[in-house]
Design a protein around this ligand. Structure first.
Ligand code: S3P
Length: 453
């Protein structure tokens, strides 16, 4: 098992690129595979999560050549996927499993979606319920892998039986109980094949990459606030889309660790090139503005499927404490572990609420961050839906466990950069799911991060 050894070092200075956005990468691979011909996707993260999506489409007969961060995808069209010989292995990636659940539910072949130990603990009732409501033959398992009763929470593996001759998924009107781009995208993907419109209402708008890309590809999709409607029977739609060449912007969720570290390590100033700044993802930038450490943005040309992009430069200064919750939290849900490091840099109590969803991510991130903060000697309180963090004190180097969660490992590494003495983060292989170049990138800015196998 690999570990990070982190020691405090001088200020972080310089310009770097972060790997491509994981969420956008998954979708670019999916839409490329379903296009009518050869697509090119540049700037893919190279992380294991995107590779899981690529592997699943190869299993379904799509030829995808990967060369560095570029994928050349021989799209087979909406009706060109073939039955996989084995299971579809989604690895650690919840996005792969939930999005593919929607797509494969609409096919005339059956399959099984499986995941690693962490993914196998994540709830799937949120996609299985509405997919069944529109006529899909999909079922999850209980925690021991046995079949569950209708309406009960379920987990991977997911078994999908084919739609038989003459069967088609139905239109769907669905009030989503939680804001979730994975659920929304799952239902939109299945909606491409449905007999009627798909209308979804979210409590708060979650990331809208799927909607933007489908719109860019000419699919009849409309959004108004937190309502989205896709109508595949609209007269103007040809029932597919042409090949495309897209470039994936840098991942703000990976950039978050650099933004946090630059506030925590005194005297730092970093510039991050070509980062995605889709407004449904920029809650962290808003939070930093509230904290008096705004990130400067220089707009760049748009990336994949109409995604806004900018160069980001940190402002030197001391962040001040703040309160986070509601809609802002949905727009920074993956950045909360990095944000905890920022809260540590802010004197006084910072409170994070409305973050219950963090309990069902790659780990229980509320409990995991509480344990990390405790290990570094940061006073804090674990709440059912968030954390209170008392910042401004000193940090003691610590030995911490990643719990197999990439974002916990990276948040702990950032705290280690400002701690007295040495920090050891155990089990950091998981960092490769989203930010395989984490240690090199930080070292190039002057951090002391050693990788030990
Ligand atoms: C993602 C959606 C979010 C996010 C995840 C990626 C996506 O999950 O946490 O890392 O690409 O759609 P939820 O949809 O469960 O909120």
């Amino acid at each position: 098992m690999t570990r990070f050894i982190v020691r405090s070092a001088g200020p972080l200075r310089g310009t770097v690129r972060v790997p491509g956005d994981k969420s956008i990468g998954h979708r670019a691979v999916i839409f490329g595979s379903l296009a009518r011909g050869r697509c090119v996707v540049r700037g893919l993260a190279g992380g294991e999560d995107n590779r899981s999506t690529i592997a699943c489409f190869r299993e379904m007969g799509v030829d995808i050549q990967l060369d560095g961060d570029t994928a050349v995808i021989e799209g087979v069209g909406l009706r060109g996927l073939s039955m996989p010989k084995g299971v579809l292995d989604c690895g650690n990636s919840g996005t792969t499993m939930r999005l593919l659940a929607g797509l494969v539910s609409a096919q005339r072949f059956g399959t099984r979606l499986v995941g690693d130990a962490s993914l196998s603990r994540r709830p799937m009732g949120r996609v299985v319920g509405p997919l069944r409501a529109r006529g899909a033959h999909i079922a999850g398992s209980d925690r021991e892998g046995r079949a569950v009763k209708e309406g009960e929470e379920c987990f991977p593996p997911l078994s999908i039986a084919p739609l038989v001759e003459g069967e088609q998924l139905a239109g769907l009107e669905y009030d989503m109980p939680v804001a979730s781009a994975q659920v929304k995208s799952c239902l939109l993907l299945s909606g491409l094949y449905a007999a009627g419109p798909t209308v979804l209402r979210e409590p708060v708008v979650s990331r809208d990459h799927t909607e933007r890309m489908l719109g860019e590809l000419g699919v009849p999709i409309q959004t108004a606030g937190s309502v989205v409607m896709l109508d595949p029977s609209a007269d103007e739609w040809s029932g597919g889309w042409d090949p495309f060449e897209w470039e994936v912007p840098g991942d703000l969720s990976s950039a978050a660790f650099l933004l946090a570290a630059a506030q925590l390590v005194e005297g730092s100033r970093v510039r991050l090139e070509g980062v995605g700044v889709n407004p449904t993802r920029t809650g962290l930038l808003d939070a930093m503005r509230l904290m008096g450490v705004p990130v400067q943005q220089e707009t760049r040309e748009e990336g994949a499927g109409g995604e806004p992009r900018a160069d980001l430069t940190t402002s030197p200064g001391r962040p001040r404490r703040t309160l986070l919750g509601g809609e802002l939290l949905v727009r920074m849900i993956d950045e909360v572990p990095a944000f905890c490091a920022l809260a540590v840099a802010a004197a006084g109590t910072t409170e994070i609420r409305d973050a219950r969803e963090l309990r069902v991510k790659e780990s229980d991130r509320i409990a995991a961050m509480a344990a990390v903060l405790g290990a570094f000697g940061v006073p804090h309180e674990e709440l059912e839906d968030g954390l209170r963090i008392e910042g401004g004190g000193s940090l003691q180097g610590a030995t911490v466990e990643s719990r197999g969660d990439h974002r916990i490992a990276m948040a702990a590494a950032v705290l280690g950069m400002a701690a007295e003495g040495e920090t050891v983060i155990e089990d950091v292989d998981c960092v490769a799911t989203s930010f395989p170049t984490f240690a090199e990138t930080f070292r190039s800015l002057g951090a002391d991060v050693e990788v030990q196998s």
